[in-house]
Design a protein around this ligand. Structure first.
Ligand code: MLC
Ligand code: AMP
Length: 519
């Protein structure tokens, strides 16, 4: 069935006037809906001309650009599986992802072609293209030779559309397999739930989204892009978030999506005031906890109440504060700071205790979810997949929370040892693994501590081997040479011992307490 292809659903929502503007970039470039249609057709034809096996992965590590978004859409259109990779990942990280996913096609930045292609060819990838953020590279050169007409490849709702790698608390990263059906159901739900409109507003053309996030994770790639496209809404495209510019765009936009750090940074700008946001309809935050101070300050400065929602790579969006009082979804219209709102229509959410019992309202336990948006499993890890689901098909999120008597969900913590820094996930186990391999190190613990800009940042606490002269700066420099920059702890301490419980396990809660006022 053609209409189960997510691209077909997005394409069907393009406005009738294809010559109108779909994307306007920070640099002033304009892309019409027709441009999106034609360019994705050419790229899809290029991919199909390669005679790739069914279900082939297209792994992409490129700087944010409209063409990079088109490549995502073209991959859907051609029926292949998109695998986005954070541009901060370095060679060891890329080597793992490419080795694990075995993509048939890899697309990288022109400047990285040397080392990325070496890794890719070694892993058996046949095709490596380049794509720059200035419309350069072999991908566009090759696509230019293909037709701008293309019929989307028929897909079943259960067919894979994307694989998103999420790091594991133990062992290596797992690839969360998301289907066309997962993402389409989520996009359709959110279009309604967040009240997207195709007409009216300051320009008469309905909603206009400021796209300020990176496009290699759920928030920027799926929630933002699908949200705009399935409503036929224009995007103002920021290659990189910059608070002053984002605020300046607001006079011509209606919707903004961001991780809490973006809101913190905009609040530091004197230009943020009621006048600057007078045309805005909705501010959405997620990917990390939004501090109540940020929520309240935003309300005072702008008169707008941020709508906080909660999701994951494995599930796309799960819960959301209400946009408006709508009897179909929720009796309440209040967006409550510190909560992530209600389970979205179609999502079942429950809170379970350690023994698997349902927790009474208001009591804390592990959050479990089920719904058409929940992923198909981890790529080539059936045992890991089985471990993360209950016998009755609920996914164990690893988040800890509660539901109050009005139905609002609050996240109070995580059972997974994970730091969320500026909206990026950092797994202490991965960083500790690298530190523990360094000469002169006996053991290490990486913990998350509060940070005014990133919400939370990593701090490394290291024990040296007797006689070793370990320098914190050298440890951090060594990590920086190997890992994505956002994973590098912001501080490092070499200490004599780590606090342990009677079982000998490091008590990270005590370390977090000890270092909580560092920033
Ligand atoms: C950058 N740095 C970070 C960092 N981002 N450190 C910790 N955490 C981060 N998130 C590093 C830089 O490399 C630099 O190190 C130093 O910190 C200062 O960087 P900066 O110039 O201030 O950073 P900037 O480039 O402005 O990036 C900050 C940011 C970015 C907030 C704009 O991190 C960002 O775009 N975050 C959004 C992440 C996101 O989209 N998450 C969604 C996940 S989806 P040095 O050493 O080089 O100086 C998901 C599901 C869901 O979670 O529910 O949505
Ligand atoms: P990721 O796997 O990168 O998609 O990150 C998902 C994790 O981000 C979730 O499991 C939560 O721990 C966290 N998260 C997402 N949204 C929120 C939110 N609004 N409040 C608190 N945590 C959130």
């Amino acid at each position: 069935m053609t209409h189960s292809n997510l691209f077909s659903a997005l394409r069907a929502a393009f406005p009738a006037d294809l010559s109108s503007i779909a994307v306007e970039t920070d640099e002033g470039l304009l892309y019409s809906w027709q441009d999106l249609d034609r360019a994705t057709a050419m790229m899809a034809n290029l991919l199909q001309s390669l005679d790739l096996p069914e279900g082939s992965r297209v792994a992409v590590q490129v700087e944010k650009s409209v063409e990079a978004m088109m490549l995502y859409l073209a991959t859907l259109r051609a029926g292949y599986v998109f695998l986005p990779l954070n541009t901060a990942y370095q060679s060891a990280e890329i080597e793992y992802f490419i080795g694990n996913a075995e993509p048939a096609v890899v697309v990288c930045s022109p400047a990285n072609f040397g080392w990325v292609s070496k890794i890719a060819f070694k892993a058996g990838t046949q095709h490596v293209f380049t794509l720059g953020d200035d419309r350069t590279g072999s991908l566009l050169e090759r696509a230019a030779h293909h037709s701008d007409q293309h019929k989307p490849v028929p897909c079943q709702a259960d067919d894979l559309a994307a694989i998103l790698y999420t790091s594991g608390t133990t062992g290596r990263s797992k690839g969360a397999m998301l289907t066309h059906g997962n993402m389409l159901s989520n996009a359709v739900t959110l279009k309604d739930y967040w009240g997207w409109t195709a007409t009216g507003g300051p320009t008469g053309q309905g909603d206009v989204l400021i796209h300020a996030l990176p496009i290699f994770h759920v928030h920027g790639l799926f929630v933002a892009i699908h949200g705009a496209l399935i409503n036929g809404s224009k995007m103002i495209w920021m290659a990189k978030f910059e608070p002053k510019r984002a605020i300046a765009h607001m006079s011509r936009a209606t919707v903004f999506m961001g991780v809490p750090t973006l809101y913190v940074r905009m609040l530091a700008e004197p230009t943020l005031n009621k006048e600057a946001v007078k045309n805005m309809r909705l501010f959405i935050a997620g990917s990390a906890p939004l501090l109540i101070e940020t929520f309240t300050e935003w309300q005072q400065r702008t008169g707008h109440t941020i709508l906080e929602r909660y999701g994951m790579s494995e599930t796309a969006m799960l819960t959301s504060n209400p946009y408006a009082a709508d009897k179909r979804y929720a009796k309440q219209s209040e967006r409550r700071g510190g909560t992530v709102g209600f389970p979205l229509p179609g999502v079942s959410l429950r809170v379970r205790g350690d023994d698997g019992q349902d927790m009474p309202l208001g009591e804390i336990g592990g959050i479990q979810v089920k719904g058409p948006n929940v992923f198909k499993g981890y790529w080539r890890m059936p045992e890991k997949t089985a471990e993360e689901f209950t016998a009755d098909g609920f996914f164990k999120t690893g988040d800890v929370g509660k539901v109050d008597e009005r139905g609002y969900v609050t996240i109070v913590g995580r059972s997974k040892d994970l730091i969320i820094s500026g909206g990026y996930n950092v797994y202490p186990a991965e960083i500790e693994g690298y530190i523990n391999e360094m000469p002169g190190v006996t053991e290490s613990a990486v913990i998350g501590v509060p940070h005014p800009d990133f919400g939370e940042v990593g701090v490394a606490v290291v024990i040296a081997k007797p006689g070793a002269n370990l320098k914190p700066e050298a440890i951090l420099a060594d990590l920086k040479a190997k890992l994505a920059n956002f994973k590098i702890p912001k501080r490092c301490f070499v200490v004599a011992e780590l606090p342990r419980n009677t079982m000998g396990k490091v008590q990270k809660n005590l370390l977090r307490e000890q270092y909580k006022n560092l920033f």
